[in-house]
Design a binder for this molecule. Sequence first.
Ligand code: ADP
Ligand code: ZN
Length: 517
Amino acid sequence: MTPAQALQKYYGYSEFRHQQEAIINQIMSGGDAMVLMPTGGGKSLCYQLPAVLLPGLTIVISPLIALMKDQVDALNVTGIPAAYLNSTQSSGEQQDIVNRLKAGQIKLLYLAPERLFKSESRLTDFLKSLKVSLIAIDEAHCISHWGHDFRPEYLMLAGLKDAFRDIPVIALTATADQLTRKDILEKLALYNPAQFVSSFNRANISYTVAPKKNSLNQLLAFLDERKDDSGIIYCLSRQSTEDLAAQLRNEGFLAEAYHAGLTTETKARNQEAFLRDEVRIIVATIAFGMGINKSNVRYVVHADLPKNIEGYYQETGRAGRDGLPSEALLFYSPGDAFKLQKFARVEDNEEQSRIMLKKLDDMVKYCQLNTCRRKYLLNYFNEDFPDTCGSCDVCLTGRQTFDGTLIAQKALSAVARLKERFGSGYVIDLLRGANSAKLRDEHKHLKTYGAGADISKADWQRYLRELVILDYLQVSDGAYPVLMLTGKSDAVLKGQEKVELTLSQTTEEVRHHEALP
Ligand code: ADP
Ligand code: ZN
């Protein structure tokens, strides 16, 4: 059977989506793979279909015991023999599955990572004695501290390649920035993995950030227009989910809370009611959502600032899986950012703290954008996108721009004269002709010293950020990010390319500033 025939036979689909076919071919030829595909993109098929075609067993590592049953039931319905082993089963049930595994009657076995490597269990040895054809790691970002959903038990998977030599591994996730991707590859020790990154653009979701002032009234105004729609509202604390759910119920909305502190029964009940549309709104902490497959979520609101873009994108991605227009609304206040900064500091771990703070900073920048939010999000995941999407709040309200070529030239020239070795603070000090002790004497003689003295520090920060977003400047990775030129810088410096910058209240003042010498 070819992959295409299996697709038709078991799933009833006539065409592959995204890079499914290439991914399946890679697996079938015995290679390792890392797959990044947005939620709802069709990741499961990338290992389920090879599982059917390969001769032996496919082990699927999945973090959520609660979801295994659903996935296994669905597979069995389509005629693919699958099972799971977890602590909720009686020993009789487990023995039965072991027997079926021995008899080669199971194609897919779902396991939690701790189960595979539990030291007192003989399961690893037993599985090694079977013919294993493939190991799939679902939600692979859980292995990284730097992802937004680190699970310590995933670290056990670092021993995977030693325990199961020469068996292809496919790692899958819907969310991982560059750093997290690298971490996944290293921790799993994948061998020469092929990486498949699908477009993360969710064209049917529109993005809006609103200042958080009188957020309850703002929220009610938003919800009033969406009384019959299903939505998720994310809050930072457990208490605020319960408070807000109660307030919304008072206002006549069908709302329930969801957080890790509720009893298993309450969580299951609220989740079920939401899936069946008996509850319209789930007010939740980030504990809610992973693996929730509700297609008609029309909006996701963040009542508080998320900790990082990865989490935010994952959470907003739960809207609009059916492809219909959906909304992502975030209420932003600088106070939230301040609060999160305190959480982001991990004791005795400089590097971790630095990374968390950087990720928070990227989240704050998203909220303060005056350029297309979609472009920023996709760029964050290293995906190119045109300058405007036409469906985020920035694109829709139309930013006012002005000819910022001169400002850009000054900035780029300062960066060039500083030999691309300084961060934005230093570049701004130079441009503004600061008399600070930090500024080296040799730099006070540069032609750009003081060339942008008439622009406030805050505006320079905005412009530099915008120039980075527009790809005229770039920021180096590493502990001390420095500003550097890009392939697009030269044309601006030579006056061959104009740069449009966003107008702010104070920009008027600098408009007619004279040209650089
Ligand atoms: P993910 O795990 O990436 O969030 P799933 O694997 O659950 O996504 O797939 C999402 C939905 O898309 C499922 O209903 C699945 O059956 C469907 N799907 C997957 N691949 C295809 C395809 N090639 N054609 C049509 N539908 C597909
Ligand atoms: Zn946009």
